[in-house]
Every structure is written in C-alpha cells, then in structure tokens.
Design a protein around this ligand. Structure first.
Ligand code: DMJ
Length: 449
C-alpha cells in the first residue's frame, strides 16, 4: 500500500518515480469511490492517516506530483468531505512552491520536498516544458478555492501571463521554454508528449470557473482551431469500420501530425495525442456557431477513429506508444511501428468515453469493450495487469509494471463508458489530466461513502 507501483508478474514494488510514497493508492483513491469499493477506500484512508508524511528527502516532479497526488486528494476531498485530504494536500503543495521562485514564475521541473532545492532532468536542457508548466492550473485553482488562500491560484495565473506574452502567431507553442522569461526555441511542435495537456488545461481551466475568464476561452478556441487547420490531417482509412447501426455511414479519420523546427510535416502520432479527440469534442459543446461546432466534433470523431485503428491493427489488440503513418493525401495507413510497447495508457478510451457521452454512438462502447477484453487476454496476471513490451507478439512479453495511471485513468474511463450519464456528469465536473474529476466552482459535491 505504501509503495509506488505494483510489479504485477513477480509481486513486489516498482518505485521508480515516487520511492516510498503511496502513488498507486493515492492515484486510484477516487476510482475506488466511483466504483463503490468503499472497504478498499477506507483501508487506503487509514493507511494514509497512519503513515503518509510529505517531509521526505526526495526530489519530485512538480507536474507528476500535482496531477497524480494533488489531483487524487482534491477529488477525494470533494467526494467525501474528509478533512485529512485537504490538510495533507495543502502541506504537499506548500512544499512544491519553491519551484516557482524563478523570476519569471515558470516553475522548475523538480523540487526537494524538504529543502525546496530545485533542478530538472538533463533531457530538459535547462528549459521548462510546455506540458509541465501548463498542467497545474486546475489543481492549484481548486486548492485556492477550498483553502480560501489565493496564493496557489496566483502562481498558476502567473504562468499563463508569461505564456501569453510569448504566444506564437499560430498559437502552437514549441515544447521548450526559457525559465527566465518564457521565450521559446524552434523545435518539434506536437500535441503528443511535451505539449498535450497544456492545450487540454486551457479548455478545462475556462470550464472549471464556469467560463468566466473569456480570455482563456478565446485562447483555447484559437489554439484548437490552429491544431485543426495546421496539424490535423484528414483521410480515408485503408480498411473501413462498419458500424452495426449505420452500415452506410461514410468512414473517415484524422490524425495529428507534428511539425519539426523547420516547419516540415512529420506523419506520426503518439498515443498520448489521442486525448485530443475528447478535448475537441468537449470544447465543441460550447461553440455557438453551428458550422464551427460541427467541424470540431467531426475532427474529434476522426481522431477517435484513428486511435481505434492504433489498437485494431496489432496482434494483441493493444496500441503501441506511437505510430508512423503512411499518408498519400487520401488514404491513411498505419503500417509498422517503432515504439511497440503498450504501457497501459488511457488517452484513447478517455476520448471514446467523452464522445460516447456526447454522441451516444455505440461504436465507442464497442471499442472500449474490445480493448478491455484484449487487456484481460494479454496483460492480466494473478496480481493485476502489466504493460507489454511488444504489442505485435502473441503471447506478448510483460514488462512487469502496473502504471499508477492504469487504475487512475484507464480503468476509470472504461468503467464510465458503461455507466449512466449522471455518474460524473460532464456539465458539473472537469477531469484533470490524470482523470481525477474536479467540481466546477458552482457545482455541489454529491458523493457519499
Ligand atoms: C498520465 O500521467 C496523464 O494522462 C498525463 O497527462 C499523460 N501521461 C499519463 C498517461 O498516459
């Protein structure tokens, strides 16, 4: 319970990121509540109360700590009213605050929970990463809301102020930013890893505060339109998907290409970018102009279709991390893959869940069920579920790690795909990027345990 992640094949613990902190228990705490697993919830709560202390000599990622621990505890607090969660998470976030002392206000990547000393991994080349600094806003704003302490909200609003000063003309940020002033260097523009949840949080931050901050809403819609105009590529699947209810429906899809530093198109897509179907679908609900609304929803559905293809095309029925795409301007074909591991990611099923809620098209449930069965067949062990080293091998070799986001996100979104719409209704909650639902500020908590 007090360890980071499960080793589902051999037993024991995988402690790569948060050595000695109960990552999986914290990240799945609201999944337990949503699924009605109240005994397990109380076991986790008792464990936290007896053992969880944040004064550990440990360097932690500000981003990962926020989306997983802070997000999980804030949701648990909203669902149960249990004061422990709010007190604990306030202590934790206070320990992250030294990371923001950079002059510009863009936080450093890593902070020591006791000393406040900051650093970043070598691969970040002493820069801030767009998705890291742009994915703290929901959690920090919610903490300010509950503690009535504006300091957390101020920190993340300052980040938006820095980014706003450097907004590219096409609203598509390169992923690396200078800590000192937020200026950018030309590099690959992607909606996958390093970029992804920055775009997601523009929309959700606006929604969290009941659409009161018009600037942020405009910022999101201009960014989303630019993604559609500049990165989304439209084509016909090499093999059509026949819907049972609508066998004549014309099948199409979109994928999100990348742009290198010289502006050249790269025809590939990360699984991480599959979240964008849900984002565009959710965003489409609030667009007044009917043509624009339909356009955003159409791209969202095309992306969902592409992500289904990423699963459908492999021997195990589970998606690789990223796919190169053969695209002749008409037909989109996923041929072979380089990044063949499956690490239990949630983004495709997240998109199918949101689009199911919006469109009620049965195919989204069918796709979710298909991958649930594939997981049970190829990834399940006596102890849990495991990532796979190569999705094209049957039987696949297991990597012996159960990622904490598997319980926090993948299983939660699969579950919600099959619940009635009034379980976590989309008009009352926004999901943080780790699938922890946060109440919009005007909404009322309603869970009981
Ligand atoms: C999760 O931690 C979050 O969804 C994050 O936004 C991206 N990476 C993983 C899941 O793939």
């Amino acid at each position: 319970m007090g360890q980071s992640e499960l080793r589902p094949v051999t037993g024991g613990c995988h402690n790569s990121m948060f050595n000695g902190l109960p990552l999986t228990a914290a990240d799945s705490i609201d999944t337990l509540l949503i699924m009605g697993l109240n005994d397990e919830y109380y076991r986790a709560l008792d464990h936290f109360k007896a053992n969880l202390k944040w004064d550990k000599q440990m360097d932690v990622s500000v981003f990962e700590t926020t989306i997983r621990f802070v997000g999980g505890f804030l949701t648990a607090y909203q669902m149960t009213g249990e004061n422990f969660f709010l007190e604990s998470v306030t202590d934790l976030v206070n320990r992250l605050l030294p990371a923001f002392n950079t002059g510009s206000g863009l936080p450093r990547s890593t902070v020591n929970l006791v000393t406040g000393a900051c650093s970043e991994p070598a691969w970040m080349i002493s820069s801030a990463v767009l998705a890291e600094v742009g994915t703290l806003q929901l959690e920090f704003a919610t903490l300010s809301h509950h503690t009535r302490n504006p300091v957390y909200l101020q920190k993340v609003s300052d980040i938006y102020n820095v980014l706003r000063n450097h907004l590219p003309a096409d609203y598509l940020f390169p992923p690396f930013l200078n800590y000192a002033d937020g200026s950018t260097k030309p590099s690959t523009i992607t909606i996958g890893g390093l970029g992804d949840s920055y775009y997601e949080y523009l929309l959700k931050f606006w929604l969290l505060n009941e659409k009161k901050d018009k600037d942020i809403g405009d910022w999101y819609y201009k960014s989303a339109q630019s993604i559609i105009d500049n990165l989304a590529l439209y084509g016909i699947p090499s093999q059509p998907y026949i819907e049972v209810e609508n066998p004549d429906r014309k099948d199409y899809m979109y994928f999100l290409s990348e742009r290198d530093g010289a502006g050249r198109i790269i025809n590939r897509q990360d699984h991480l970018a599959c979240f964008a179907g849900g984002m565009l679908g959710l965003g489409s609900l609030y667009i007044e102009d009917e043509n624009t609304k339909q356009n955003h929803l159409r791209v969202a559905e095309g992306l969902a279709r592409f992500c289904w293809e990423m699963y459908n095309k492999t021997a195990t029925g589970l998606s690789p991390e990223a796919v190169p795409v053969n695209f002749n301007g008409e037909e989109i074909q996923i041929v072979t893959t380089n990044n063949v591991e499956w690490i239990m990611r949630p983004e495709a099923v997240e998109t199918w869940f949101i689009l199911w809620r919006i469109t009620k098209k049965q195919k989204y449930r069918d796709w979710g069920w298909y991958i649930f069965e594939a997981m049970n067949k190829h990834s399940r062990t006596d102890l849990g579920y495991s990532g796979l080293r190569n999705v094209n091998n049957v039987p696949p070799e297991k990597d012996n790690v159960q990622q904490s986001f598997f319980m926090a996100e993948t299983m939660k979104y699969l579950f919600l795909l099959f619940t009635p719409d009034d379980v976590l209704p989309l008009d009352k909650f926004v999901f943080n990027t780790e699938a922890h639902p946060l109440l919009k500020f005007q909404a009322d908590a309603f869970f009981e345990v």
